[in-house]
Ligand binder design. Structure first.
Ligand code: PMP
Length: 318
């Protein structure tokens, strides 16, 4: 691991980036049972930044742990405070925050027995997830040859590391074929989600997103639904097919990393005009106003913190 000026919060201690390591016989490393979160903090003004929907992310981390039989040995309050402490220690005014609770070393058989549960949190600067221009121009996508896992094989209400083997393989396949992102169908052939994003389409003025069966219960998805309602946009949670995606007027992804990223192409078919449509642009601009503290309506989604002078050296490529 390369050096970095950022500290990692590791089981209650702040350690150097390069010292936050695990043993090769860590249970999770072999079997993929860990729970994690991806959270963003945004700069609001010269003095203040805010973590977007911190409570919902911490709640989902613990819900994931509950589903996965991972009992996190810290309270929600301790984890929340650890995140805020880390942002301050790392002198960050905008950040990606990645907590992970995993099963440590001990027994290597499938049953983790009383192996310890470890909690690590990283926080570092991170720009646009899907590349330069993705937010303003949109991205290209491909329906994946991999199916999103069914509701009874993997549990999609939980953000479990092992679930992401499916996402990582879909992402590698799509990008190696020259597309920016994959779209996975569920095991009945309906559109599910991206490799790390929920998906929305607009058709005949109605905003549609798949129901929460084979997809993660995205916090940005929920934010977009609430913003759309506030904007008076008709919204329907329903299944749709890949050909409806091809003929949609607009399509976009939502996620903490992806924010609101327009989709301009699916399987070499242009979506709508091939440019971000009016509803996508409206939701996107409202979203960025909200996360940067410019919208009084959704202030309770923001956990404000005071910023000190940010570090001069920032590693964007982490
Ligand atoms: N689906 C998957 C598979 C994801 O990994 C993510 C990112 N966490 C999302 C959807 C979007 O969720 P959120 O808006 O909570 O980041």
């Amino acid at each position: 691991m390369q050096k970095s000026p950022y500290k990692i919060w590791f089981n209650g201690e702040l350690v150097e980036w390069e010292d936050a390591n695990v043993h090769t016989l860590t249970h999770t490393l072999h079997y993929g049972l860990a729970v994690f979160e991806g959270i963003r903090a945004y700069k609001c003004d010269e003095e203040r930044s805010a973590v977007f929907r911190l409570k919902e992310h911490v709640d989902r981390l613990y819900a994931s742990g509950h589903i996965a039989h991972i009992k996190i040995p810290f309270t929600k309050e301790e984890t929340t405070n650890a995140i805020l402490e880390l942002l301050s220690t790392n002198e960050l005014d905008a950040a990606y925050i990645r907590p992970i609770a995993y099963i440590g070393g001990g027994k290597i058989g499938l049953h983790p027995g009383d192996n310890p549960i470890e909690l690590a949190i990283a926080a570092y600067p991170w720009g646009t997830y899907l590349g330069e221009g993705a937010l303003s121009n949109g991205i290209t996508t491909k329906i994946s040859s991999l199916t999103r896992m069914g509701v009874n094989s993997f549990m999609t209400k939980a953000k479990i590391s092992g679930n992401y083997a499916n996402s990582v393989m879909a992402k590698i396949e799509a990008t190696s074929l020259g597309f920016d992102e994959a779209i996975l169908l569920d095991n009945e052939g309906y559109v599910a989600e991206g490799s790390g994003e929920n998906i929305f389409i607009v058709r005949n003025g109605i905003l549609k997103t798949p129901p929460l069966t084979s997809v993660l219960e995205g916090i940005t998805r929920d934010a977009v639904i609430q913003i759309a309602k506030d904007e008076g946009i008709e919204i329907s949670t329903e299944r749709f097919t890949r050909d409806e995606l091809y003929i949609a007027d607009e399509a976009f992804f939502t996620g903490t990393a992806a924010e609101i990223t327009p989709i301009k192409e699916v399987d070499k078919r242009t979506v709508g005009s091939g440019k971000p449509g009016p509803i996508t642009k409206k939701l996107q601009s409202r979203f960025f106003d909200i996360v940067q503290g410019r919208d009084p309506q959704f202030m309770d989604w923001l956990e404000f913190f005071l910023t000190t002078t940010p570090l001069k050296v920032k590693n964007e490529s982490l």
